[in-house]
Design a protein around this ligand. Structure first.
Ligand code: ADP
Ligand code: MG
Length: 350
């Protein structure tokens, strides 16, 4: 792209600050970076496409913030500490004010989490942002999706569903009765949940000390819990060894405004399958739950117990039918009875 150098020099190169003397960031053919001794590198990539992963009207500041935040959320789910990130940016034109807002968004989130931008690529085309983030954790301590055990308690951080409601606000899709009852400040709160999510890094650096498995909630709670089971069940030898998640809908933490939405609509599907939460879901053995709560409290993060991991065999003995939900590996209960949420399969990309 003709003016690529100008763009990189003025806007992006300052974001490479904070590197050690023997490290190299933006400006050379590649970045040269140190990883602390006895640690492993964790690398994550996420792409956001305009009109697909964020509304086209989203400000460039928010697009930048979210592009980095979604990657940090993946690092958080692994239990990693953020280190650096790369940016592959495809922009339709060289709009200076758009790029300035974008660089400010990068700068703010980079400063907040002490993450230098160490390189990338800039091309011309439909607005697409790919961030690759690098973090690290002590050798052998990664918290994997595959670690869930029978008897584990399923926990989530903070509130579920606000990002999905934020998208309804952005698209002016909130149902009329809800629209009438919510305040301007509630709309702003929901839009912030969608546009400037905060990855749960406060908890994640100690995740390995209590969690057996973890995932960040990006595609909706149901789909993401189902991903934990999919991975954790890969080692099962017989059907009765298969694990299933039983979630009590009444224990799912909702913000005041999400509760108002449910009271008016009973539309759980949007909140549980809508995506864009960027909260953590982890499973923890009952003996570690108090440790998890203590660490979460110190980090100022709310955690809620929403269910448990049981064996398929166990489910057979309960009053839950082996209905279609079992195929999705997640059973929802409400007032102790099976609760079916039609089409609750999470956000589908294709
Ligand atoms: P090359 O042709 O060797 O790939 P470039 O001209 O693409 O070099 O990039 C020059 C330098 O600027 C490199 O260090 C590269 O990492 C950095 N860079 C290019 N685009 C971006 C971007 N969008 N964000 C951060 N760094 C970038
Ligand atoms: Mg290049």
């Amino acid at each position: 792209m003709a003016r690529e150098f100008e763009l990189i020099n003025f806007l992006f190169e300052p974001l490479s600050k904070g590197l050690a003397k023997d490290e190299v960031g933006i400006g050379d053919d590649g970045a040269v970076l140190n990883v602390p001794e006895n640690h492993q590198l964790v690398v994550v990539t996420d792409t956001l496409v305009s009109g697909v992963h964020f509304p086209e009207t989203t400000s460039s500041y928010n697009v930048a913030w979210k592009s980095v935040a979604v990657n940090l959320s993946d690092l958080a789910a692994m239990g990693a500490k953020p280190g650096f990130y790369n940016l592959a940016l495809t922009v339709p034109d060289n709009n200076h004010s758009w790029l300035t807002g974008f660089a400010k968004g990068l700068s703010d989130i980079g400063d907040l989490y002490s993450m230098p931008l160490v390189g990338g690529d800039t091309t011309n085309g439909p607005l697409t942002i790919t961030v690759t983030a690098h973090g690290w954790l002590p050798k052998g301590k990664a918290v994997l999706r595959s670690g869930a055990k029978e008897g584990d308690v399923i926990c989530v951080t903070n509130c579920i569903g606000d990002g999905a409601l934020g998208l309804m606000v952005a698209q002016d899709n909130l149902p009329e009765p809800v629209k009438k009852q919510i305040l301007f400040a509630d709309c702003q709160y929901l839009l912030d949940a969608l546009n400037v999510p905060h990855p749960q890094l406060g908890l994640s650096e100690e995740l390995y000390s209590f969690a057996n498995s973890a995932i960040d909630i990006s595609d909706g709670l149901l789909a993401d819990v189902s991903h934990i089971l999919e991975e954790s069940n890969k080692t099962a030898v017989a059907e009765n060894d298969l694990l299933v998640a039983v979630i009590n809908v009444d224990d799912i933490p909702l913000s005041k405004v999400a509760q108002l939405y449910i009271d008016n609509t009973e539309d759980w599907l949007s909140l549980l399958a809508g995506g864009d939460d960027y909260q953590l879901c982890f499973t923890v053995s009952p003996e570690n739950i108090n440790l998890a709560k203590k660490i979460a409290k110190q980090a100022g993060i709310e955690i809620s117990e929403i269910g448990s991991i049981v064996s398929y065999d166990e489910l057979d003995k309960s009053n839950v039918s082996k209905s279609e939900t079992v195929n999705d590996r997640v059973v929802l209960l409400k007032d102790g009875c099976e609760f079916l949420v039609d089409g609750a399969k999470g956000y589908m990309h294709f």
